[in-house]
Design a protein around this ligand. Structure first.
Ligand code: IMP
Length: 194
């Protein structure tokens, strides 16, 4: 089975190739010759993952999947959510995005948050979706320098360190993306072409 993963993020490609056996070959966007920016204009994670998967399926007629992730903070009504990557606006980067969250939360007592990943799969013309969630809280300041994105300010439930203080392997075992990817992989391993 050949499947396009609608990304060029080497880290994500490695992660999934690592879990899958060789009967399922994952191709990146570059490998199928897709060089354009795929629109991510939906206002939900589900919508954006679906948009990206639909784009590849319609344009290249290939089986494919796409993911979208957001940090959802309860006291901010679920923000930054689908806007996580560009939360601080023009000139955004991970530091500015985290600073904006810390300022907006201020001294708020309720610091509950979750990372949520949605994967949209199109296989033999049918659509499937997989979700992974990790619950935790937003710290009052940044801790650690591993990982990326909001990792320094997110502490998963059951741990007393931030994601940015954890080894990648330990993070993957409990992370939103790890959970969603494992659901996808289980589905693909059991998928029976009729
Ligand atoms: P993407 O959909 O995987 O590109 O993720 C969108 C944004 O969510 C990223 O730009 C990060 O800001 C944030 N994000 C996604 N996954 C993680 C993570 O594992 N740790 C911290 N931030 C993340």
């Amino acid at each position: 089975m050949k499947l396009v993963f609608a990304t060029n993020n080497e880290h994500k490609l490695d992660e999934i190739r690592h879990i899958l056996d060789s009967s399922i070959r994952i191709q990146s966007l570059t490998e199928i010759g897709c060089m354009e920016d795929i629109p991510e204009t939906a206002n939900t994670l589900e919508g954006n993952a679906q948009l990206k998967a639909n784009y590849i399926h319609e344009k290249y007629n290939l089986d494919c999947f796409a993911d979208d992730t957001g940090l959802e903070i309860e006291a901010l009504g679920g923000k930054p959510g689908v806007f996580s990557a560009r939360y601080a606006g023009p000139g955004h980067n991970h530091q500015k995005n985290m600073d904006k969250v810390l300022v907006e939360l201020g001294g708020e007592i309720n610091r509950k948050a979750q990372f949520r990943t949605v994967i949209a799969l199109i296989l033999d013309g049918k659509k499937y979706s997989f979700e992974g969630i990790v619950e935790g809280k937003i710290l009052t300041e940044k801790h650690g320098d591993k990982g990326f994105g909001y990792d320094p300010i997110f502490q998963p439930d059951g741990f007393n360190v931030s994601f940015a203080e954890m080894d990648l392997k330990d993070k993957n075992e409990i992370s939103h993306r790890g959970k969603a990817v494992r659901k996808l992989v289980d589905f693909l391993k059991n998928y029976n072409k009729s």
